[in-house]
Design a protein. Structure first.
Length: 75
């Protein structure tokens, strides 16, 4: 699994539907007060992006995402 790749949740966008937590078979997430929390980042599969693709609020990015990091440098 990945030490340099894991989801980051933007709680300003998150709607708390727990789609990501219910989707992930690797138990990366747990629910707390109807919000997903990344509790097992090392279990995330590098470059999977499954939870990001199904998030209806577009609230998930990834630590280690070079594309995302390039965008952040331009801002």
């Amino acid at each position: 699994m990945a030490r340099n790749w894991y989801p980051i949740i933007d709680y300003n966008k998150c709607i708390g539907d727990l789609t990501c937590a219910n989707f992930c078979p690797h138990r990366v997430y747990e629910a707390n007060d109807n919000k997903p929390i990344v509790v097992n980042p090392d279990e995330c599969v590098e470059f999977c992006r499954g939870c990001q693709k199904i998030c209806p609020a577009d609230a998930i990015s990834y630590f280690g995402d070079k594309e995302g990091n390039r965008w952040l440098r331009r801002v």
